[in-house]
Design a protein around this ligand. Structure first.
Ligand code: COA
Length: 375
């Protein structure tokens, strides 16, 4: 093999087949199990989308009821996990806390080595139900506030807001949050999903796969970008500074967070949908300034560099305007992406072959240890 044949970053390499989602950059569409995400955002709740991703079809009324009942029944976390969360270093990032908490869930599960599809589905339901409880608890502990236990009478999203803030917001905020969760749920073989599949391919367990995926998602080139977008907007502070800020970024060849994508080179199919809801959030949460700065950045990036915003660009500021701390944005992404990861772990397990690529060695040739070197 020639070094020139290497696809750095696996750019353009197809590594396996999947039935879960299809990214179609040429027509700017993304489908989950054949449905466009736009159709799902218009007509479905996040819970229905989660069910679809895991089960292949949208649920009947009875199936949805069973799924939401199971989610509600699994929201509570053990007192040992709560204790661990109370002892997490206050300055640590909630993604690190969440990664540790998922490891603890694995340690608490005596079926950890059982990778049969039914058991992995049950483990998914557990994680899907407990992740909102875990991240709300982590954030409240960081702020020195009492943990609020889950409330079974509330929907998944209402309950999450209640555990974070002690109240449920207006319906338009809940809908915008649900749209963001639908859009964040799945995106084929992105870095974190591929990480989960690599771990699953060793026949390790789903908790390990999700723990690894969280580590991958945390990076600013992947899910962590939604936090960086808001840091950028805060640094710019006023619309009148936006153009000059961007010129300086161009001059210094800085990456502008929330822009660019490995697959979409002519725009991210999820952005218009999220932007529509971000605007609605801005209207009710006095966020006009953030929209103005965002619009200047977007227009200039597209016209001068031909680089389009990705989903993190509207999602991060939307979460900020909803009242979340910036370091909660990527954990909130996990609340949704757990669905895609679990679907991929199950798919990988069902048609498994160890993922183990090759590398092109360019280090030293064979040499012999000499006594001089050892001294
Ligand atoms: N800001 C400025 N320039 C960017 C850019 C950005 N956000 N994204 C890409 N570019 C430029 C690169 O500098 C590169 O220019 P060059 O050819 O002159 O060196 C070119 O566009 C290709 O980018 P590259 O980084 O090679 O593309 P990639 O497919 O490897 O990377 C990302 C994709 C997502 C990692 C990259 O666009 C990025 O770092 N974006 C910012 C982080 C982000 O928003 N991540 C969330 C992704 S959903």
């Amino acid at each position: 093999m020639e070094e020139s044949e290497i696809k750095k970053g696996l750019m353009g390499v197809t590594v396996d087949v999947t039935q879960i989602s299809k990214v179609m950059p040429e027509i700017n569409k993304l489908t989950y199990r054949g449905y466009t995400v736009n159709d799902l955002c218009d007509k479905c709740d996040f819970e229905e989308t989660a069910y679809l991703l895991l089960n292949g079809n949208l649920p009947t009324t009875t199936q949805l009821q069973e799924f939401t009942d199971a989610e509600k029944a699994n929201r509570n976390i053990s007192k040992e996990l709560k204790e661990a969360i109370l002892n997490f270093p206050k300055a640590s990032h909630p993604m690190d806390g969440l990664r540790t908490a998922i490891s603890i869930l694995g340690q608490e599960d005596d079926r950890v080595w059982d990778n049969t599809e039914g058991t992995n589905y049950n483990k998914f339901v557990m994680m899907y139900a407990k992740i909102p409880t875990i991240i709300a608890a982590i954030q409240r502990c960081k702020e020195g506030k009492e943990i609020i236990d889950p409330d079974e009478t509330l929907t998944r999203t209402d309950n999450f807001f209640n555990m974070c803030f002690g109240k449920v917001p207006e319906p338009i905020i809940v809908k915008a949050f649900n749209v963001s969760q639908i859009l964040y749920a799945e995106h084929s073989f992105n870095a974190s999903t591929f990480t989960a599949r690599v771990i699953a391919s060793t026949t390790s367990d789903i908790y390990s796969a999700v723990t690894g995926a969280i580590g991958a998602l945390k990076g600013p080139l992947h899910g962590g970008a939604n936090e960086q977008v808001m840091h950028t907007l805060i640094e710019i502070a006023e619309p009148k500074h936006a153009a000059a800020w961007l010129d300086n970024a161009f001059k210094n060849k800085l990456k502008v967070m929330g822009f660019g994508h490995r697959v979409y080179k002519n725009g991210d199919s999820r952005v218009p949908e999220m932007k529509r809801w971000e605007n609605k959030v801005a209207d009710v949460k006095d966020g006009k300034k953030w929209m103005e700065i965002s619009n200047i950045l977007e227009d200039k990036m597209v016209s001068e560099k031909g680089i389009y915003p990705n989903l993190d660009f509207p999602a991060g500021p939307a979460y900020y305007m909803m009242g979340f701390e910036i370091e909660m944005f990527t954990p909130i992404f996990v609340m949704s992406r757990i669905t895609g990861w679990a679907a991929h772990v199950i798919e990988q397990t069902n048609s498994n072959r160890l993922i183990r690529p090759l590398s092109f060695y360019e280090g030293e040739g064979i040499r012999t240890v000499t006594l001089v070197e050892k001294r």
